[in-house]
Ligand binder design. Structure first.
Ligand code: SAH
Length: 281
């Protein structure tokens, strides 16, 4: 179960923090550590620093997965939770540390991959990173200082997860029977939405505004399950087909009208997509 829970560190600056994170993880039974573009972990000095801080968790450090972007770290995951020291510009549903652990653990129990994502030491996670997560968790702290050391934050949330594995007596408030979609299939849904709304003219290509961001917010709040994603994809495909049919019949009627020698087309548009205006004289 715990092996399905991935800790993702985004752009970690100090390799020592990677080692301390590995140690924090191993004490709580976690082993899947993924690094997104760490600053100097790839150098020999960086690896040595990490191993020094890892102590007996050197196996976790030696088995890290290195990726270039957050999407590659989480694309196979159903639940992706961002760990943030404070609420950020991008609005995500918030869960408590205990709820985050329940969500992660119950999905891991169903053999689903899940991830907990931590930001860089100085800046924390960017809005772009947060957009790819489904929930946000913040460890309650003194109002005077809310920023834990990276490995301390990993330790605290990993402890909550570990507690789930040894005591699942409390009833989960969260629906664990839901089959959740992977981050990749949600991303495909958003791409499909954007393409369809471009075709219907709802999104104007050169002035897209914030429509897609707002739609993402709606779907994140809705906590879609796998079958709901499939239904939405099906609806979008039916809109695509209807748009294509309308285009076709519109073009046919234009061509039909132009078959005579002198014809001036002044017809009402049935499609929102821009077609060349045909004026045959
Ligand atoms: N200066 C940054 C904090 C960076 S600390 C900021 O203000 O956002 C590095 C990482 O540790 C954070 O990105 C976050 O993932 C985690 N972290 C630190 N304090 C936390 C807290 N109170 N709750 C949850 N995560 C925290």
């Amino acid at each position: 179960m715990l092996s399905h829970i991935r800790i993702v560190l985004v752009k970690t600056f100090h390799s020592g923090n990677i080692g301390s994170t590995a140690r924090a993880m191993k004490t709580m039974g976690l082993s899947d550590l993924c690094l997104v573009n760490p600053a100097d972990f790839k150098s020999r000095a960086g690896q040595e620093e990490a191993l020094k801080m890892a102590m007996s968790a050197d196996d976790v450090v030696n088995n890290v997965t290195l990726v270039d972007n957050l999407f590659d770290a989480i694309k196979d995951c159903t639940v992706v939770i961002a760990s943030t020291a404070r609420s950020r510009g991008y609005d995500l549903p918030e869960v408590t540390p205990e709820e985050s652990a329940k969500l992660l653990y119950t999905n891991a129990q169903q053999s689903k991959k899940v991830a907990l994502v931590f930001g860089p030491e100085r800046m924390g996670l960017s809005n772009e990173d947060l957009q790819q997560c489904k929930y946000r968790v913040t460890i309650p702290t003194s109002p005077d200082y809310s920023s834990l050391n990276l490995a301390a934050a990993v330790q605290t949330l990993s402890y909550e997860i570990f507690k789930q594995s040894i005591d699942l007596t409390t009833e989960s408030q969260l629906d664990s029977t839901k089959e959740l979609p992977t981050a990749e299939s949600l991303e495909n849904l958003y791409t499909h939405f954007e393409a369809t709304l471009n075709d219907t003219g709802f999104i104007i290509k050169n002035h897209p505004g914030e429509i897609m961001q707002k739609l993402r917010n709606v779907f994140t709040r809705a906590e879609l399950d796998k079958s709901e994603v499939n239904i939405l994809r099906g609806i979008l495909s039916s809109v695509d087909r209807a748009t294509a049919d309308r285009e076709k019949s519109h073009q046919c009627s234009l061509v039909g009208s132009c078959l005579g020698t002198n014809c001036l087309i002044n017809e009402r548009r049935t499609s929102t997509r821009d077609l060349p205006v045909i004026i045959a004289l």
